[in-house]
Design a protein around this ligand. Sequence first.
Ligand SMILES: Cc1ncc(COP(=O)(O)O)c(C=O)c1O
Length: 490
Amino acid sequence: MNFNVNSQLHSSQRSIQPRQQLFRQVYDLLLEKLAKKEWREHEKLPSVRILAEELGIHRLTVLKAYQLLKETGRIYVKEKSGYYVLPEKQREGHIRTNVDAQRSDPSTERPVQPHSFSQALVDPALLPNRYFSEYAKKVFDLYPKVLSTYSSVQGDEELRSVLCRLFAQTHQLHLTADDLLITTGAQQAIDIIARAFVQRGDVVLIERPTYHAAITIFEGCGARLIPVDIHPDGYDLPHLETLMRQHEPRMFYINPTFHNPTGYTVPVQQRKLLAELAEQYQCLIAEDDSFRDIYFGEAPPPPVASYDTDGWVIYIRSFSKYAAPGLRVAAVCVQPPRMNLLLQYKYQMDNGAPLLNQKVFLLYLASERLTGHLEKLRIALEIRKKAMEEELRAADWTWESPQGGLSLWVRLPAEGPSAEELLRRSAEHGIVFSPGNVHDPMRELRDYIRLSYSFVNEAEIQVGIRRLVESANLSPTTGIVRSSERIPGS
Ligand SMILES: Cc1ncc(COP(=O)(O)O)c(C=O)c1O
């Protein structure tokens, strides 16, 4: 089919300048054509490359428009083939697609809530499942004894070498394979680091709010936790220095890039100073970099570890969030002799991560498919983030729009229900989220909630957030919506 939208697009382009708006324009045009049935059901749409050339725009803009059409249930994607028109009948079931796909897959053990904003996980439909299944088959041809061999405790050397090259190219981290330990996810990495370096009674600085499992892990080691507030513009460094001087902490656990739960990123100027403070006060920094590649604008600044000259920063890098959570592959970078201590604990824990998982991940990483996958994933997640923000504008709640990561950290107004009360009410309507106190080492922050936009699709976000806002406006005694009109379908 001759896709001739140039003149329409270019005439409307005159009034719309920012590139961010352009994909909406392409989306609207495609939508119009779909409504006019210019393509038949199941017909293939022009490829991203051809359409971009035809329109004289960037491929990412077309990709973004296609992703939005996919999110709104107008088209579907066939991997390695392209985008196709979704028949009208199937569109009705679209809202439920993710949930149903999960339910019908016996390998998925997690119970899925209909509108789950509680899981800072990427929607499985957005992950490169097909490629991984290909590699899972191929791995037995390439490594016939993969299941009859243990991995070394430190992890597969081939994988460590590929990761070293990746870290050198992308983060100016110059390491050798000996400086890397492969762990079963970042959570295990934090656990091993805590066991290896923190003794009962040691002071550990921890961001407030933070990744909830980290609180449990450090508490489990008997550490005395001292919170360090994280703000949209990073930490209060003079205060941090005072804490280091007064309390001589053993460690500071940080997640400075698209931080969970806030999405904040510590600015580049603070990163170098943090590495210097760690060295000056001999306080180890455990830098958890689990969300680095999920950014919507500029790539984030280099890790704090890249400024470390004396081995005080331990770098944790997980690929669970945006490649394959099921493989549980993460890496810890640390200089010797600290590596020896980590190896002892890794040996005690499981004697090395499963070799099969490491080899499958290695094939994916070495194929360079990760780059293409991430481009698409960023677009899909940004669309979801914007959809959530759009719906939230109906409420007088506040948040800092994150430039990456998986969630919004939202403050509720003082006069409304607390986070826990809101959760109780919204759960009755099938809406769940993570209340602020779960992320607080002080177990406070009751007026904050973490809403993840990554797990459910755009249509589910729209319905779910409307219901959530409505739950906040319900009077607890009467069940009557206090402000705004009733939300249809809730
Ligand atoms: C900051 C942070 N670190 C680590 C993890 C766990 O990562 P993994 O799945 O690799 O264990 C999470 C998961 O939510 C996280 O948010």
